[in-house]
Design a protein around this ligand. Sequence first.
Ligand SMILES: [Zn+2]
Length: 161
Amino acid sequence: MSTGYNRQMLTQYHIEITLQALGEYFSPRAMSAITYANIHQDGLRGQFGHDEYHFDNNAFEKTYAYIEKQRALTLSALGQRKPVAAWSAFGRMIHTVQDFYAHSNYVALWLALFDGQAQPASSKIDPVDLTLIHSPDLRCGKTYYPFELLYYWRPARPFAL
Ligand SMILES: [Zn+2]
């Protein structure tokens, strides 16, 4: 894509970064529930008409509200001693947050701050630069129907991407 960011973050990456970031803090049972809820967001039913799950189509306000809703659900489920419900809401929430960095031009905007200088390593990226998060130049992935649907037909996947 010429826009410099991706529409689709692959399931494998959601799994890898979730395990890498959280694996040491949660039990295998909790990690399984969190990861399942996370990748379930990219199922067919979560793909269409749910920009707020994936930071798509510049639906920023709707997406921020969705994140807050999942956060509140996580906390209320914990308060009611319903761990599976809490893990599920938490998994849905972090899916959306993970998609932000894959579906937006945030990283490109951050790297542009170092224009003309040596580019910092990706591990140095500040994930919450508020100036960039509130920048009028921040954009989130545009979906292209009906071509998006070809992604789900494996032989056409390279073309769809
Ligand atoms: Zn997604």
